[in-house]
Design a protein around this ligand. Structure first.
Ligand code: BG6
Length: 538
């Protein structure tokens, strides 16, 4: 285990903790910092403190802190930065740092850890023990933050990051509000809050949570995370659609037959059985990641890339999704749960045998839905969405299936061409593929589909940042375009709520109904085959 080394570092940590002024490192302007050479991001966030709630939890250790560390190590954070970890456990600053260091060794995107940057990072980490429902804990936190502002040059700017179970969100928001930690005045610095998913567990709870948040923070201070929006390939959807002239004229019901969006995972529920029992695939993936991908594919061009303009267009799409009546749900939505099977060469237990899962669980680990968007561009084009655990492989992609050519020209002489297909591969093997018809060389007229394939890996030689790096940096810069707005989350729940109601009020599902390592229940295939279509083989 490595801990911050060197007398100077220890001295600075001690001074920070004791509220003494430390010698400030000179603030470097963007272009001058050698770590920033070659970066096209010209803004470094203002000096600030990140307050991490749930700092001892899995998400903080796997995702949030590695992302902050990478931003720091990559020269994207200001010198005057502090990370205050808030948690229930009895921990010293030193223990918190060494726990985080151990996690970085497991989860940081680039290894080994840069010792020099880590030392400077570790100096900026401290721990506050507290309970989420205890006013005295917030008072202690407020004192610590004041002290850090006074000695660490963090200027009162604060990002509160809620990486806790969702059940704690309301009490943390209330606690911050009661302690006045949300207040932004002309000279207080900015105050922002990042809220992890799940944001509510149905429409009603999401509305209530938005109301609680709204009592304390203004909407412009709130950053709701859907980490899919931070993925490089997801961000590229807008560039692909609106940065190229040739696709947009084809992007409608005139040329597109249907759209398939798949989020397939080969993993099961791992150690998250208890969480998953409350959630299921519909809430865990469809309500957020899948619907977000749908909005990006279907939205109209926004007038600017400004957060409000962008989110206005996404909300319009969610509101235009045709509501599923109770009768249509059984035809349009399929749920499944995996039983025992094999994923590749690995034998897998069924979901009901996973740790902390009810042996008679009715939670779905697979969902597929057929949605329609009732607007001029998309009317009549089905969007087939599916997500599942313990499927044969990990693959997220969007497939845009174009219509057949209108005239059957070739059937006299050979095969009919297959319709064009455009596939946006989100992960892994990130890229974009366009399939079109070509003549096979030879004396006859043989038509075959061929692919034009763009692969990120071989085209760009740089590693993509992790989604969390992108999102945290954006929140620190005050750019909410990759975060979901209150009305957007509610509109997404509005689509999912009737499905949950129908399931609760309907008959018991016959689970398990697919073997681990297969592509879900047969009914998911029938959703397409009865309309003369089929899922793309991934
Ligand atoms: C999370 C879900 O939001 O996304 C998990 O809660 C899921 O169940 C994960 O495994 C998938 O994310 P990614 O980035 O691995 O596709």
């Amino acid at each position: 285990m490595t801990s911050p080394k060197g007398g100077a570092a220890r001295g600075a940590i001690r001074d920070l903790r004791m509220g003494r002024a430390t010698k400030k490192a000179p603030v470097r302007k963007g272009g001058k910092n050698p770590l920033r050479a070659g970066l096209r991001i010209d803004k470094v966030p203002d000096p600030h403190t990140v307050v991490l709630f749930g700092a001892t939890g899995d998400l903080a250790h796997r995702k949030v802190v590695p992302a902050i560390y990478h931003l720091w190590a990559g020269g994207l954070m200001p010198e005057h930065f502090a990370l205050v970890c808030f948690g229930r456990r009895e921990l010293s600053d030193e223990q918190m740092r060494s726990d985080l260091r151990a996690s970085l060794e497991l989860h940081a995107r680039t290894q080994p850890i840069n010792e020099e940057r880590w030392d400077a990072f570790a100096e900026r980490i401290s721990y506050v023990k507290g309970a989420f429902d205890d006013a005295a804990s917030y008072a202690r936190l407020a004192d610590r933050l004041k002290e850090i502002d006074a000695t660490g040059g963090t200027s009162g700017n604060r990002l509160y990051y809620l990486a806790t179970p969702a059940s704690s969100f309301p009490e943390i928001i209330r606690g911050l509000g009661a302690a006045g930690l949300d207040h932004e005045t002309a000279d207080s610095g900015w105050r922002r809050v990042v809220i992890e998913k799940p944001f509510g567990h149905d429409l009603d709870s999401a509305v209530r949570l938005n109301r609680e948040v709204g009592k304390v923070f203004r909407e412009s201070q709130v950053y709701r995370i859907d980490h899919y929006l931070g993925k490089e390939t997801v961000r590229n959807i807008l560039i692909f659609r609106f940065g190229n002239l040739i696709f947009e004229p084809l992007w409608s019901n005139v040329y597109i037959d249907h759209v398939q969006i798949t989020v397939a995972e080969s993993i099961g529920v791992e150690s998250r059985g208890a969480f998953y029992e409350e959630t299921g695939a519909l809430r865990d993936i469809l309500q957020n990641h899948l619907l977000q991908l749908l909005t990006l594919v279907a939205m109209e061009p926004p007038s600017t890339l400004d957060a409000e303009a962008l989110r206005d267009e996404k909300v319009k799409i969610l509101r235009a999704v045709k509501p599923l009546s109770a009768e249509r749900i059984s035809d349009s939505v399929v749920r499944g749960q995996y039983g025992p099977g094999w994923v590749g060469a690995q034998e897998s237990a069924g979901y009901r045998s996973e740790a902390t899962v009810d042996a008679a669980s009715e939670t779905e680990t697979f969902v597929a839905a057929r949605l329609e968007i009732d607007d001029w561009r998309w009317s009549g084009v089905p969007f087939y969405l599916r997500a599942g655990k313990r499927l044969p492989k990990r693959a997220t992609e969007i497939a845009i299936q174009f219509k057949n050519v209108p005239q059957r020209l070739f059937n006299q002489v050979g095969d009919e061409p297959e319709p064009n297909l455009l596939v946006i591969r989100i992960q892994p093997d990130e890229g974009i593929l366009l399939r079109f018809a070509a003549k096979v060389p030879g004396l006859g007229v043989d038509v075959r589909p061929v692919n034009m394939d763009f692969a990120y890996g071989s085209t760009f030689t740089v590693d993509s940042p992790d989604a969390y790096e992108t999102l945290i940096l954006d929140a620190l810069l005050g750019d909410a375009s990759l975060f979901t707005r209150a009305d957007e989350v509610e509109a997404a729940w509005g689509i999912v709520d009737p499905i949950m109601d129908a399931w609760v009020n309907g008959s018991e599902p016959e689970f398990p109904n697919y073997a681990a390592g297969t592509w879900g229940p047969d009914a998911a295939d029938q959703l397409l085959t009865r309309e003369g279509r089929r899922w793309r083989r991934l």
